[in-house]
Design a protein around this ligand. Structure first.
Ligand code: BGC
Length: 807
């Protein structure tokens, strides 16, 4: 954080502790619609400026004198509300400060405070609440301060009947709040208000929005001999009853209008699995109810054996589990009605609409992307369109799962800050975008959720889902700050979390079983979802060794010499015990020949130099014997490609990247993926939907997208140097291969951009061009040359002859 930001932060805290007299207010009843709070203040003189501080228990929107003043969404975001809640501070625009009154209206909804997503962690009978404080400075420099108290009015008969993260939104456009009551003071919440920081959730840049790629109208289904048959397609017709042959889905002003009749279903395809909400315009009779449902996939042929749940071509929502993810809109019948929700979000490629009466709807329904407003700076493209598609899929996975916190998935009744997923994807996200403060904020959630015995929660903010600890999951508490440090050079995240990290390490160090005393964290998840799973205890040893090693480095950096000695010794002891437990005759012996066992031992340095060659060879053989396919889960896949390159097996890594059989990245693309899926075979054209017994089958789960780290580090060759972090010294180590004839891309560093471009010229000769920022130095490893480059922001060009053949 800059000095200026720090000062603002300190001022805001000082301000709050000195003047904290405003109160949380609630509605006297939780019955009825989502509460609206309102008050009009009299302004005694001409106003020079007004600053508003506000927050809510639940997600809220705010109006001043009838206008929105802030365009961030899903405020106040998700933090561990038991400990802290973000406070938004906004300067009221001058244009709204006319007249002698100031009226404030706030709409509150469930957000992350009430409902399924909390899993009762904040209490069971929570009430929505609002808090606000407006500081007015008059032109004569005198001041007024308006606060929330029981003189505020509250109504629960407004238009928002439901706003809930999992279940969606219900809006009755006929209703307006009319029965106002005095608000009551709410003392439910024990969390402290702190100034918000990190990226806010916003409606993302228009460039990302999606228009409708295809529209289908159908009525009921027709039998085809399968369980559910198929949808009974109807012709698209316009308001005048004429058939529509082509329709305009783009135009703001002149969209094609389509008639949807009662009993029919309208199915929209946005062509891309996205996260956010839709905006639509419709005309119909007052009281007509529109029901929108959202899903990532369609039923294929209506066959229950494929886990289809409806007729071929209809919306498949089975993987949402208990999340209703439904938008209901009740029309006021006053001409064109345009609406988009604001109190929920959906993960979808398809949207389905039905209505209780005939309506006309404009074809320009828009898929608006909603998520943490993070600057996207990573770029990559190459000569293979499938790899480019994979890169795009990973991006959509990141966008869709960075919504206030890093989530596992954006659609089903989960959407939680799963720690393992977060650590696995963190370096990719850091190459892709400006996520330093996003992760700093999330690490607060980790600290706030940390149990007294030092165990980190499995999901942060803690949501009582799977409890605490878990190797490779809880270890995120060490790994994420470390990755942020290496990629940005920022030590603040290490300092902020150091004491908490030590408590996690102590938690791990205290664990023992059957006489083994360096076993590490709990064995909850192992190599989650692997086709061939390694013993879970083995994973916890590997991660414990890795985090002890990182803690030795971190403590050294922070000048904590006693700790360095302790963690160095700890690391030594863990590796020693690992060796005694898992190495027989110099070879890894876990009773099962799994890729992840080799990867962990090689990547985390658990083997002696003498043992490494055999492990590398076994890994190579394992992949070959598996027909050049991986068999790793979240943990193994997260380090797979980097480790192969570290071990001199980059050709094999390229082969895995280009593999099209199950499991592989391109396999899911061949099955139609536009995002990264939770499982390699979440859906297969041959057999349909994955039949995991808990129906854990998300089509937007970014963990396997960690492969993109390798696109930057190895295809482009841009690597940080942990001894000069934040790319002060850049290691450039491109590996040509995979039949690629060119690749280009880059990332941003604290010093400026690094951009790379390479081409295959002829007969194994490549031309590598790079520009690095001023003030940095790079060491370029090209063929058997090492070249020192001084950064001047200009392009440097090198040719290299290799023995690679490109067909
Ligand atoms: C989540 C995962 C998570 C896992 C832990 C799942 O429900 O979706 O991504 O890491 O649980 O095993």
């Amino acid at each position: 954080m800059t000095k200026r930001l720090l000062a603002t932060f300190a001022m805001a805290i000082a301000y709050f502790s000195a003047t904290h007299s405003q109160e949380w207010i609630s509605a006297p009843t939780q019955d009825g619609s989502m509460p609206v709070f309102h008050k009009t203040f009299h302004l005694s003189k001409k106003v020079k400026s007004a600053v508003l501080h506000s927050s809510a228990l639940g997600v809220y929107t705010l109006q001043i004198n009838g206008s929105e003043i802030d365009y961030s969404e899903l405020k106040p975001g998700w933090t561990d509300y038991r400990k802290e809640i973000f406070l938004q501070t906004m300067t009221v625009p001058k244009s709204l400060l006319k007249g002698d009154s100031l009226s404030i209206t706030a709409q509150i909804s469930n957000g992350w405070w009430i409902g399924g997503i909390t899993r009762g962690v904040y209490g069971n009978n929570n009430r929505h609440a609002f808090i606000c404080d407006i500081d007015v400075t008059y032109t004569d420099n005198t001041k007024d301060r308006f606060i929330t108290d029981t003189s505020w009015q509250c109504a629960t008969d407004g238009s928002l009947l439901l706003g809930d993260i999992y279940n969606g939104e219900t809006y009755d456009a006929r209703r307006k709040p009319t029965h106002w009551h005095n608000a009551i003071i709410n003392t439910d919440n024990k969390g402290v208000l702190i100034p918000e920081f990190g990226p806010q959730v916003k409606i993302r840049d228009r460039k990302l929005w999606k228009t409708v790629a295809d529209i289908t109208v159908y009525e009921g289904s027709i039998a085809t001999g399968t369980t559910y048959g198929k949808i009974n397609n109807q012709q698209l017709i316009g308001p005048d009853g004429h058939w529509i042959k082509t329709f305009n889905t783009y135009s703001e002003k002149h969209p094609t209008w389509i008639r949807l009749k009662r009993g029919q279903t309208f199915l929209l395809d946005f062509g891309q699995n996205i996260v956010g909400w839709i905006r639509f315009t419709a005309r119909g009779n007052r009281g007509t109810e529109l029901t929108w449902r959202f899903g990532e996939m369609l039923n294929y042929n209506g066959d229950a054996a494929r886990l289809d749940k409806g007729p071929a071509g209809s919306l498949w929502t089975y993987n949402l589990r208990h999340a209703k993810a439904t938008l209901r809109y009740i029309m006021n019948g006053e001409g064109n009605e345009t609406y988009h929700p604001r109190y929920t979000y959906f993960g979808f490629r398809y949207a389905e609409l039905t209505a209780t009466d005939d309506i006309d709807i404009a074809a320009n329904v828009t898929g608006m992307i909603v998520g943490s407003d993070i600057e996207e700076w990573g770029t990559f493209s190459c000569s293979n369109p499938d790899i480019n598609q994979l890169y795009s899929n990973v991006w959509w996975g990141q966008r869709g799962n960075f919504v206030s916190i890093p989530t596992d998935c954006p659609q089903r009744d989960e959407r939680l800050g799963w720690t393992g997923d977060t650590q696995i994807f963190s370096t990719t996200a850091l190459y892709n975008s400006d996520v330093k403060d996003f992760y700093r904020k999330w690490m607060r959630d980790m600290r706030n959720g940390q149990r007294d015995d030092g165990a980190y929660p499995c999901t942060a903010p803690a949501a009582n889902m799977w409890g605490y600890g878990g190797s490779a999951w809880g270890d995120a508490g060490i790994i994420v700050p470390w990755n942020v440090y290496v990629m940005t050079g920022n030590t603040q995240i290490l300092t902020e979390n150091y004491e908490s990290m030590k408590r996690w390490m102590k938690h791990c160090a205290e664990a023992s079983e059957d006489g083994w005393t360096h076993i590490g964290a709990e064995t909850d998840f192992g190599d989650w979802l692997a086709y061939k799973e390694v013993e879970k205890r083995y994973v916890s040893y590997a991660y414990f060794a890795h985090t002890a090693d990182l803690m030795a480095k971190i403590s050294r950096l922070l000048g904590k010499n006693d700790d360095t000695a302790y963690y160095t010794a700890l690391h030594h002891n863990i590796v020693d015990e690992f060796q005694r437990r898992y190495i027989t005759n110099s070879e890894i012996n876990t009773g099962k020949d799994t890729q992840t066992a080799y990867l962990l031992a090689l990547h985390f340095g658990l083997l002696t130099p003498k043992q490494r060659p055999a492990a590398i060879e076994s890994l190579r053989q394992n992949i070959i014997n598996n027909s050049y396919r991986l068999s790793t889960g979240f943990v193994g896949t997260g380090i797979l490609m980097e480790t192969l390159t570290e071990c001199g097996l980059t050709d094999l890594a390229y082969r895995l990247l280009l593999q099209r059989e199950n499991p592989s990245w391109l396999y899911s693309i061949d099955q139609g993926a536009t995002t990264i899926w939770e499982r390699w075979d979440s859906y297969t054209k041959a057999d349909g939907f994955n039949k995991h017994e808990w129906n854990m089958n998300s089509f937007n789960h970014y963990s396997y997208g960690a492969v993109v780290q390798w696109f930057y580090s190895t295809i482009l060759g841009i690597r940080p140097d942990e001894s000069a972090p934040g790319f002060a010294h850049i290691i450039l180590a491109p590996h040509f291969g995979g039949g690629l004839t060119w690749a280009k891309g880059g990332t941003m560093t604290p010093h400026g951009r690094i951009d790379v471009e390479w081409h295959h010229l002829d007969n194994g000769t490549y031309c590598y061009t790079v520009s690095i920022p001023k003030g940095t130095i790079a060491t370029l490893h090209l063929g058997n040359r090492s070249i020192e480059i001084k950064g001047n922001g200009k392009k440097h060009k090198y040719n290299v002859k290799t023995n690679i053949t490109v067909r």
